[in-house]
Write a protein that binds this ligand. Sequence first.
Ligand SMILES: C[S@@+](CC[C@H](N)C(=O)[O-])C[C@H]1O[C@@H](n2cnc3c(N)ncnc32)[C@H](O)[C@@H]1O
Length: 292
Amino acid sequence: MIENEQLTPQLTADGSFTFFSSEFGELFHSHFGAKQEAERKFVEPLQLRKKSKISPLFLLDICYGLGYNTAAALTAIWEVNPNCKIEWIGLEFDQRIPQVTLEYNLLNAYPDYIQEILKELAQNHYLKTELFNANLMIGDARNTIQTVYNSGFKADAIFLDPFSPAHCPQLWTVEFLTLVGQCLKPQGDLATYSCSATARSALIQAGLQIASTSPVGRRTPGTIASFDPRGLPPLSPKEQEHLKTRAAVPYRDPSLSDTAEKIILRRQAEQDTCTLEPTSHWKKRWRSESIL
Ligand SMILES: C[S@@+](CC[C@H](N)C(=O)[O-])C[C@H]1O[C@@H](n2cnc3c(N)ncnc32)[C@H](O)[C@@H]1O
């Protein structure tokens, strides 16, 4: 965490705001829209409106950040079933992010009662009401996920929203995602905005089945993952072939404590010696295709 990092709201195309991280060198959301991304990459693919009939519903928000994914999820669930009880855990490294979000009042597009909940989470990291039992765990998710696992918490839905694999490889490793998978119910779903081959192959090595979610704003889809393949549409031939190229070598972090640099170098070494097809060949083969 950069101590004095300036968090200045950046307007996205749907009128909602996000931040830029100088530490990770990227925006917290795509410039197409923070609010839209929460809805289309997480709430819809996870089918949270349908899942709202499960009560209590267990939610795990990995990389809570400004809280958009949780704000969108709670709004959607309680619109459909106002009596749904929710057990919620959020993981976030930098407690200033939700606090600065509050100072700038960035979540004002959500109902007042949702804003009140996120205010409590930003200030106290904990909230217990009749319908909502929540714990925002501050720290490296590679550690806090172990606490989640040891507590026996099993999620119906997981939001996996770290910075991109190239900038935050620590949270896309086979070892980390295996632990995440161990916090997912057999019928539960995990959603992420990424469709990168390295992220997808790590999810597969963690034992999950994967499918694409609808693209938002740009052409690339996200990924939905579950141990239960029921009805998940198959990946396209292009996507399947992508997973057989060098881009699909996953990040590894056996001790769950290595630096990003070390994790990146370990993957490069594996890519240099593997017999997988170079990804440039795959790209050339599919260059004329416009969609995945
Ligand atoms: C892409 S942003 C998440 C945006 C967020 N889901 C939202 O709806 O606003 C990634 C977040 O991951 C957090 N992060 C980075 N490294 C982390 C780590 N090792 N453990 C937990 N959180 C981390 C960052 O502080 C940042 O808030």
